[in-house]
Design a protein around this ligand. Structure first.
Ligand code: MN
Length: 490
């Protein structure tokens, strides 16, 4: 098997698998057309229909950018992510949960000429314009502007020096300016505020085009990865080799050595910018729940100092919502829930799926096995632990061990035949959840005190332990079907 240590080796693996990767030389406009094509071919998840799961797509011929190519959808299928991580597809969350227990910290490499610095564009060059160097896609015609959607921001605490990585929404605003959106409480935003209090800029790098293990590992959230935790060590654990860093050329920060593209810059103190200042669109870009988010009236600004790339770099992107977000956010969510519940109640939780409909964040299906009468009710305790370990989770569906959590028909079958609404629905109102769910607003329900507060809900679709015998599914004989089938079916 191909050893994966960067995006290019990941692509080499995908090329060996059927129907996981497609390249096209047909010219495409990065302004709304590229995302419009991928919406139909591979976005899936919370995206407006029609959409489907499909291959990752490399666009080799970008209108207006003869030296660039754009790759979308690397993580937009669970099967593909499993192959890329070398993990079993139905136990990806459990596999990732193991990796979090055995991490390897990144190392600073002293090597000369790292891949990510093969080509260097400095912003003090009078001709520098990031908009001409990198074909950042605009995902829909309503967007505030072109966005870097897979920019892994690396920043350090100005007091302690510890590093953190997170993917943030980055809108290109000018020749050397990018706005950055922070959801509440993000660790790099804490660093930014600390620097701003001292009147200082925060040096950062934006790393794009990476080993999938780095992107997925970066999507863990507290308490699994608390403040002070460098998420790059998770990729080290997954690959059993440290992520290599190199010193940036123009800011006091590190870059990921094997990245395709690095933007070096600093978040300016006391500068704010309207996200749609160039377009007055009123909208930002499609967000993971599947809606167009509003443009933010006041965002921090990154002053770009340099762009460094590999030769013939790949700009990696995603279309906003969709199966790619589901996997990147959801598999770490599953790992966090699995580890926490299994620690508290060993053996009860068999598996967990951060379902597509919630973008990998809002909805979890938890599969439990009640082993004795005293396990009755522990399934609900497991759900409470899940809420505790992942604050953005809104709804949990509990099912038994004979239900396939990845088959929504089977989950809804459990909800239909093993669930009574009045008895088996547990409401926990007034809990802060996630600001991007539009139903969590006083305009939706006046009892909601502020935007982002929600009723967390548990749907217990498990059979009461004392009735388990009555709820046996009809068992068919296990027959070998292959002699009866045509080749195309096997
Ligand atoms: Mn963090």
């Amino acid at each position: 098997m191909t050893k994966i240590n960067d995006l290019r080796s990941a692509i080499e693996l995908l090329k060996t698998l059927p129907q996981q990767y497609h390249e096209t030389d047909v010219e495409i406009d990065p302004n709304a057309d590229l995302a419009g094509v991928y919406k139909k071919i591979g976005a899936g998840g919370t995206v407006e229909r029609p959409t489907r799961i499909g291959p990752a797509m490399m666009f080799n011929n970008i209108k207006g950018y003869p030296d660039s190519r754009v790759l979308v959808g690397v993580h937009a299928s669970r099967e593909r992510v499993a192959k890329l991580l070398g993990a079993p597809v139905n136990e990806l969350g459990i596999y990732l949960g193991e990796a979090v227990k055995n991490t390897i910290p990144p190392v600073l490499s002293e090597g000369k000429n790292p891949p990510c610095q093969e080509v260097v564009y400095r912003a003090d060059d009078p001709d520098f314009d990031i908009r001409k160097i990198l074909p950042a896609p605009t995902n829909t015609p309503l967007d505030a502007g072109p966005y870097f959607c897979m920019g892994l921001v690396l920043g350090s605490d100005p007091e302690t020096g510890h590093a953190d990585v997170t993917i943030h929404r980055l809108c290109v605003q000018g020749k050397d300016e990018i706005s950055i959106f922070f959801a509440a409480g993000r660790h790099i935003d804490v660093f930014r505020k600390k620097a701003e209090e001292k009147g200082e800029a925060l040096p950062i790098t934006i790393n794009m085009g990476l080993d999938p293990a780095i992107y997925i590992g970066a999507c863990f959230e507290a308490p699994t990865t608390p403040f002070g935790y460098d998420e790059l060590q998770i990729a080290g654990g997954l690959r059993q080799a440290p992520v290599e860093l190199v010193k940036a050329l123009t800011v006091n920060q590190n870059s990921i050595a094997r990245a395709e593209i690095v933007i070096e810059g600093e978040i300016l103190p006391n500068v704010r910018m309207r996200e749609d200042k160039n377009t007055d669109s009123g909208h930002a870009m499609p967000e993971f729940p599947g809606y167009d988010g509003p443009a933010n009236p006041s965002l921090p600004v990154i002053k770009v100092k340099a762009v460094t790339t590999r030769k013939n770099p790949i700009l990696q992107t995603l279309v906003g919502p969709g199966e790619e977000h589901v996997n990147m956010a959801g598999i770490p969510t599953e790992a966090s829930i699995y580890n926490a519940v299994d620690k508290a109640i060993p053996g009860l939780l068999k598996n967990v799926y951060a379902h597509s409909a919630g973008g990998g964040k809002f909805l979890a299906i938890m599969q439990v096995q009640k082993r004795s009468a005293t396990d009755q009710g522990r399934e609900r305790q497991a759900a409470l632990i899940a809420f505790g370990v992942y604050s953005e989770l809104k709804q949990i569906i509990l099912v038994d061990e004979d239900v396939d959590i990845f088959d929504t028909n089977d989950v809804l079958w459990a909800m239909t035949t093993r669930y009574q609404g009045e008895q088996n629905t547990i409401f926990i109102p007034g809990v802060r959840c996630h600001q991007l769910d539009p139903s969590q607003d006083a305009a939706f329900d006046p009892k909601i005190l502020s935007h982002g507060i929600s009723t967390k809900t548990i749907f217990d679709c498990t059979v009461p332990f004392h009735l388990k015998e009555t709820f046996q599914r009809a068992h068919f004989k296990d027959v070998d079907a292959t002699p009866y089938l045509p080749d195309w079916f096997k």
